[in-house]
Design a protein around this ligand. Structure first.
Ligand code: AMP
Length: 414
């Protein structure tokens, strides 16, 4: 027997129903806000992520599935969605033709992390990317849209953590200050952070090991070191946050794991999940990424939520799939199977979800099967029913059985 590769998982049964349901709600809400779906490849050139996500991030340093293809090209299974969407925005000329673009994507990502519940090596993200909009109104609108989406799923107990990472200019100055401060505490830093002191000191702030130490809590704050235009941006943003009544907290150590962020960064925490995997959404602005990856200067921002974690959360909270189409099982006994097919197809073309056993077996066997597989209704279909206008139907949840007119079936099972 073959077993799946470590860190991969199969998604089937009830869980897959939740995947379908959640992506349907996400797609509906995103399209209400004017987003269009984009599908980009799962494989990109390795250098896209090295340049886009950043060499000193955990993702690029340790977690990428990179290899050479048969022609010796260095390629990588995408560890995140933004770099590929930005590449597409530039490569297809959108950054020049029509700079404002609002996209969403759904798909698998790959990271070589230590597998555990809620952390997989292939996991799914739903993400949104917006290009060409400078106003902080869009930053707040995407957070608002996210909250609306999560509420639509029936989730509450959510916390939005916010921070401002400044722009390239003020961040440079801040990093100098930060380095000076961190050097004083060098010996207290973990090995990774000692190395990052030179290459990427910001990441020390969100290091899982060092982050809890007192000297980190007293670090100079980025918000106190913003330049005038970042301050003005932040002030407008906070006004919109109040205007949209978004429940938030400022987290001065929130820098996010990927290097491309500028100004707004945010995450949403589901307080009902275990703290090792309770961050369900992460996002922010990346005003320099389009130009870093070879395009003209265009602001951008986005978020991605972990689909697998969201499904876990929704299932753990036993939130029901709303407006689920009822499923109908035909328990049949006929001499001619073609009559069964005709009947089933008539119902299916009426939009009714139908299934049946392909081999004729006795009724109790068919009923057991329908019960085990959670069908909502069973229709009994035999020689007598074939000639009649009536249908005998059983509601599997309530156990109620009755005869109804065939023409009323669709209304009845709603
Ligand atoms: P990131 O791309 O790191 O900002 O992550 C965005 C979201 O993806 C996180 O909030 C998680 O919900 C989810 N996520 C990240 N890594 C994993 C993983 N290995 N397994 C499952 N979900 C993940």
């Amino acid at each position: 027997m073959y077993k799946k590769v470590r860190g991969m998982r199969d998604i089937y049964g009830e869980e897959v129903e939740y995947f379908k349901y959640i992506s349907e709600i996400a797609e509906n809400i995103f399209s209400l806000y004017g987003y269009n779906k984009i599908i980009v490849p799962i494989i990109e050139k390795t250098e896209l992520f090295q340049r886009g996500v950043g060499e000193d991030t955990d993702v690029v340093e340790k977690e990428m599935y990179s290899f050479q293809d048969k022609s010796g090209r260095n390629i990588t299974l995408r560890p995140e969605g933004t770099a590929g969407v930005v590449r597409s925005y530039i490569e297809n000329g959108q950054h020049k033709a029509d700079p404002v673009q609002k996209y969403y994507y759904i798909g698998p990502m790959f990271r070589y992390e230590k597998p555990q519940k809620g952390r997989y090596r292939q996991f799914f993200q739903i993400g949104v990317e917006v290009f060409g909009i400078k106003s902080p109104l869009i930053d707040v609108e995407i957070i608002y849209m996210l909250i609306q989406f999560l509420k639509e799923l029936g989730l509450d107990n959510l916390k939005v953590n916010l921070n401002n990472m400044g722009c390239g200019k003020c961040r440079k100055k801040y990093i100098k200050k930060l380095k000076k401060y961190m050097f004083k505490h060098k010996s207290a830093l973990c090995d990774t952070c000692q190395r990052r002191l030179e290459s990427n000191p910001l990441r020390i702030l969100d290091c899982k090991k060092c982050g809890k130490k007192q000297f980190i809590k007293n670090t100079p704050r980025i918000i106190d070191n913003l330049c005038d235009s970042c301050l003005e941006f932040n002030e407008k943003l906070m006004n919109y946050i109040e205007e949209f009544k978004i429940p938030y907290s400022i987290d001065h150590s929130l820098v996010r794991g990927l290097d491309y962020y500028t100004n707004t960064v945010f995450e949403i925490i589901a307080e009902d999940l275990d703290s090792s995997q309770n961050q369900i959404v992460g996002g922010g602005r990346y005003n320099d990424l389009v130009s870093t990856l070879g395009g003209v200067e265009r602001p951008g921002l986005g978020f991605a939520f972990g689909f697998d974690r969201l499904v876990d959360l929704v299932m753990e909270k036993e939130l029901e799939i709303k407006d689920k189409k009822p499923s109908v099982f035909i328990a049949w006994y006929l001499n001619d199977k073609n009559e069964l097919l005709k009947f089933a197809n008539k119902l299916r073309s009426d939009g009714i979800k139908i299934d049946f056993k392909y081999k004729q077996v006795n009724f109790s066997n068919q009923l057991r099967y329908a019960d085990k597989n959670n069908f909502d209704y069973v229709i009994f279909y035999g020689e007598k029913e074939m000639k009649s206008e009536d249908i005998h139907i059983k509601n599997m949840k309530s156990g109620e059985e009755k005869n109804i007119k065939f023409k009323n079936l669709k209304k009845f099972i709603k």
